[in-house]
Design a protein around this ligand. Structure first.
Ligand code: MIC
Ligand code: SF4
Length: 640
């Protein structure tokens, strides 16, 4: 039987387990990436493991999230990241060089290589055939230490593409169509592997947009074949030697097949406040737009911004519509400037921002109260823009540029000739010199820390019997942005757990932190897909610091589940989803945690004597980690 690309890569990197869906597999990791918002924790954890030099082929520490530098916190974090990378043999990418995923795709990612990153959109590199996964910072720290990365063996879904994109449809519309069909939890436990005759005509940036936003399906990752388009991309990026061909065998078998005819797609839009609330752009015609923002790791490539410049050229946005543009990398910026494409952006009224995440993570660029913001990003969770009642819509770059001119949603049929499909120039300028490569004499590097870098705390073992109250009850699809909001003020505290913990769930229930302080320990009750969204382990570390012992839910998102395990919070699944309604805020629970067996059921009892069956889907290793109070404790125990 032939193999999928996913099976080929996993087989080559398999260090433990069998490739049976759902069973745990351990993978050798070739590359890692970290970014500043999650990276300080990842690197502090790496230091705590005490390994010295990184044991991967390549590890890069990017600074792209917290670049506002209002006060000492962010600059101190960046200096720490620069010095710890130098001492550990990792490459450092300074603030403003670009967004981690765009830079990694352009400069370092390799077809056939495994990559884990402390950011959920790491699968962007799947656009050139890398098996790239988002992970918690501690998992990435262990990857840098040469340890395997453990995941449940995913099911492999083939997305069979036929036809060709036409008119104003873009790569973004492919993934929006998938989100429309499958929803934000439709990809849990799955890899989306693209194939079929439609692949050949899709550009690498379009492919990377699609794999980037596969994260919003909850997927383990998404991957495209490595073919002539990949070869051309790598060659133009000055890396022809990194190319290897990688395609699925003719007779490869898949767990599921989904068909998309690219010729049938038209511009789509995800409406507030979930990436799966997708409809056609024309269905919203007439709705006024207060702001457009083009950029983010999803849509900030050279082709996205060249299209944008061409659409805006010689025209002007209306005064009611603010237009923000953040190029994905200095490489993109250099190409635009060389071709005279910055001027049309400026003349159209756009504000050209730094090459960073910017408005996507709430670092400026928030919309007006209740304002409609049309963005090329991947997430539109409530409040993420920095404006609590902001109405964020997600579209492709060309759609955003065109709508910015109209100042309102309009029917693509009225938009005139479609933009051209852009190819990279033959002589892409290099920005290699902007990266800081580790010095020969690493030991002479002093790691510099400021007061914002607060040492990791020790966590105690999980008690045999957990006695705690439900101190928070939340609905389905709780995102990590609900658990720990984005925005400049809070994100500046990412290397200070005691300080950042004060913001846990504060936009959902302002009294939660206070209740946790009063009781000292507590349990969170949630619905389906709890913890979807980002990889920020602060969404587990913060609750852990406050004393949360267990999270009882209907189902969990993959990366957040791993983060809970890594920090010793017990994730439990309700056997009868209907029990969710029987359990109230304030209910006192007794959890016989010491009696747990891997994958076993357990009866939780309430103060009134009701028995609530829950299941843990934990492996023996995961259970040991939780019982020892988290992965760092477990690693230390195994080292001694
Ligand atoms: C995001 O898009 O939510 C982030 C910010 O990039 C996160 C990481 C973080 O919270 O630092 C992610 O996607 O993992
Ligand atoms: Fe940055 Fe936004 Fe991409 Fe996250 S989703 S890495 S915040 S650009």
């Amino acid at each position: 039987m032939g193999k999928s690309i996913t099976h080929k890569i996993i087989e080559k990197h398999l260090v433990s387990g069998e490739m049976v869906p759902g069973q745990e597999v351990g993978l050798r990791i070739d590359q890692t990436l970290t970014q500043d918002a999650t990276g300080t924790m990842a690197w502090l954890q790496y230091e705590a493991i005490g390994i010295g030099e990184v044991r991967t082929d390549l590890s890069v520490s990017y600074v792209d999230h917290n670049t506002l530098q209002m006060g000492f916190r962010n600059p101190d974090d960046h200096r720490y990241l620069r010095t710890v990378a130098a001492q550990s043999g990792a490459i450092f990418s300074p603030a403003g060089t670009g967004i981690c995923h765009q830079l990694h795709l352009e400069n370092f990612a390799k077809p056939g290589a495994t990559l884990i990153g402390s950011d959920s959109h790491t699968p962007t590199a799947g656009g050139i055939g890398s098996m790239a996964m988002g992970a918690g910072g501690l998992s990435v720290a262990l990857g840098m230490a040469g340890e395997a990365y453990f995941i449940p063996m995913p099911k492999v879904v083939k997305v069979h593409l036929t036809g060709e994109l036409t008119g104003w449809a873009a790569g973004k519309d492919v993934i929006l169509e998938l989100l429309r069909r499958l929803t934000v939890k439709g990809g849990v436990g799955k890899v989306f592997e693209y194939g079929g005759p439609g692949v050949a005509a899709l550009s690498v940036p379009d492919r990377a947009t699609i794999t980037n936003m596969g994260a919003e399906l909850g997927a383990t990752t998404s991957i495209f074949p490595s073919d002539d388009k990949t070869k051309d991309f790598l060659t133009k990026m000055g890396r022809p030697c990194d190319f290897v061909e990688l395609v699925a065998d003719e007779d490869a078998s898949f767990d599921e097949i989904i068909e998309i005819n690219l010729s049938e797609l038209e511009p789509m839009v995800a409406q507030p406040h979930m990436p799966d609330q997708v409809c056609k752009v024309r269905d919203l015609a007439g709705k006024k737009i207060d702001q457009c923002a083009i950029g983010s790791c999803t849509n900030s490539s050279y082709s996205d911004l060249k299209n944008t410049a061409q659409i805006l050229s010689g025209k002007k946005t209306p005064p009611e519509t603010d237009l923000l543009i953040s190029p994905g990398s200095k490489q993109v910026m250099k190409m635009l400037s060389r071709e005279g494409l910055i001027e049309p952006l400026l003349d159209a009224g756009a504000r050209v921002l730094e090459c960073t995440c910017g408005p996507c993570i709430g670092m400026g660029g928030s919309p007006t109260s209740g304002g409609v913001s049309v963005r090329t990003f991947n997430r539109n969770f409530e409040g993420r823009s920095g404006t609590l009642d902001g109405q964020v819509y997600l579209v492709s770059a060309q759609t955003a540029a065109r709508l910015a001119l109209d100042g309102e949603f309009s029917d693509p049929a009225t938009w005139g000739p479609a933009p051209e499909r852009i190819e990279l120039p033959d002589d892409v300028p290099s920005i290699r010199d902007l990266f800081v490569f580790p010095p020969e004499d690493k030991d002479s590097v002093e790691i510099l820390r400021g007061p914002n870098i607060v040492a990791l705390e020790d966590f105690t073992e999980l008690p045999k019997t957990v006695q705690a109250k439900i101190l928070l009850k939340v609905e389905d699809n709780i995102t990590t942005d609900h658990i720990l909001p984005a925005g400049a003020e809070i994100t500046a505290l990412r290397s200070n757990i005691p300080a950042i913990s004060q913001y846990i769930f504060n936009r959902v229930d302002a009294d939660f932190v206070g209740r946790m302080k009063n009781h000292g320990t507590g349990v969170i009750l949630g619905g389906e897909n709890y913890g979807q969204g980002s990889s920020r382990e602060h969404a587990a570390l913060g609750p852990r610091h406050l004393g949360v012992k267990a999270v009882i839910v209907k189902s969990l998102a993959r990366i957040h589940r791993a983060n809970l395990v890594n920090f010793g919070i017990l994730p439990l699944l309700l056997v009868n989803p209907a029990d969710y309604d029987r359990l109230e805020l304030g209910a006192e629970l007794t959890i016989p945690a010491g009696d747990m067996t891997p994958g076993g059921t357990l009866e939780i009892t309430t103060a009134s004597g009701d028995a609530i069956p829950v299941i843990n889907d934990l492996t023996k290793k995961e259970l040991d980690i939780i019982q020892s109070g988290g992965l760092l404790n477990a690693v230390r125990q195994s080292q001694s």
